[in-house]
Design a protein around this ligand. Structure first.
Ligand SMILES: NC(=O)CC[C@H](N)C(=O)O
Length: 349
């Protein structure tokens, strides 16, 4: 079935629909990973986004039952150059297309994803529609104007508190759209983990007397997550706080720093980051559209992006607080930066 992607700036790409056949509106972003499409589809930080993969053939090893980063795919749409209908892998349970159909994810294939990526890179991230039928310019504008990703965190956070028992340090996680592998990394280190919904208050969190508070990744603009920022403010100085990605941005905002939007974001598995504390460089997995544009007072830069010089990590000079913008759980991606979880554990009481 014919379908097209219509971008906010009027450019159109005609290809074919796959997966679930329904019109879809979202923010169009590109990911440069060669593998890891299952983790991309299920990463809650992509909620509200139509993801286009720069690697030209996607789906080769299918989808399995273990590698999802959450219970189901969270992307708004998925665009590939070529989809593989005959996946081959001993862990494969479904083809990419069947999985997308079952989970109602709209796909578009057969377009020049490199040309699309160049447009996003030159003009910046923009909204778009995967359309299954022709529509007027006015209709496109109306649909794009109506789209907003404001309440994204509410859509992906847990609705109730849950625990993953362990015999070690007590970690309170604020779930803004957490990836399963982050919880697993704390569990692997023996932690007793309690996961709280995004709107938990500081009192809720302090009631379990945690040794460490962790602020998770999540979708959307950090400045929209008002209650999260408020809770973090009320935890500062009371408990050690660490965070990843959205969690890092929220920590910066809670302490009086600022965030801004990157032109086209960092999404992929090969982003070089320099650790200024250990004087090492790591290849990291990343997925973010915003960054910390002004460091809060008292914080110093611990990590920096080698490609564009943006802040990739910060730590407080006197208080136990440390956070990173990249993804040390590395799913998908290289495991160079997994040591960050050991660094986090050093902050636990
Ligand atoms: N992975 C994340 O936590 C992303 C954080 C935020 N939504 C951003 O795009 O910058």
């Amino acid at each position: 079935m014919k379908a097209k992607l219509i971008l906010e700036n009027g450019i159109e790409f005609e290809g074919k629909a796959f997966g679930y056949l329904k019109e879809s509106v979202g923010e169009v972003v590109f990911n440069t990973g060669m593998t890891g499409y299952q983790e991309v589809l299920t990463d809650p930080s992509y909620y509200g986004q139509i993801v286009t993969m720069t690697y030209p053939l996607i789906g080769n090893y299918g989808i399995n039952l273990e590698d999802g980063e959450s219970d189901k795919p969270k992307v708004r749409g998925f665009i590939v150059r070529e989809k593989c209908d005959e996946p081959s892998n001993f862990r494969c349970e479904f083809s990419l297309e069947d999985y997308m159909k079952q989970n109602k994810i709209t796909g578009l294939y057969g377009i020049d994803t490199r040309a699309l990526t160049k447009i996003l890179r030159d003009n910046g991230t923009m909204k778009g529609i995967i359309a299954l039928e022709d529509m007027s310019k006015e209709e496109v504008k109306m649909k794009l104007d109506r789209f907003s990703n404001r309440g994204a965190v509410k859509e992906v956070t847990t609705d109730k508190i849950y625990k993953v028992n362990g015999s070690g340090k007590k970690v309170a996680i604020m779930d803004f759209g957490i990836k399963k592998n982050i919880v697993d990394n704390f569990s692997k280190r023996g932690c007793s983990v309690t996961v709280f919904p995004a709107d938990a208050t500081a009192e809720d969190i302090l009631s379990i007397d945690p040794d460490l508070v962790f602020l998770s990744n999540g979708p959307g603009d950090p400045q929209d997550v008002k209650s999260g920022i408020e809770t973090v403010k009320n935890l500062v100085g009371k408990k050690p706080i660490v965070g990843i990605c959205l969690g890092h941005q929220l920590l910066a905002l809670a302490l009086g720093g600022d965030t801004a939007k990157l032109k086209f974001g960092h999404r992929g598995c090969n982003h070089p980051v320099k650790d200024l504390v250990h004087d090492t460089v790591h290849i990291t997995s990343q997925n973010h559209g915003y960054y910390v544009s002004r460091l809060p007072e008292g914080m110093e830069i611990s990590h920096v992006n080698v490609n564009d010089g943006t802040v990739e990590g910060m730590r407080h000079k006197t208080l136990p607080m440390f956070s990173v913008q990249f993804h040390p759980e590395a799913c998908p991606g290289p495991q160079d930066s997994n040591y960050i979880f050991d660094e986090f554990m050093k902050y636990a009481l």
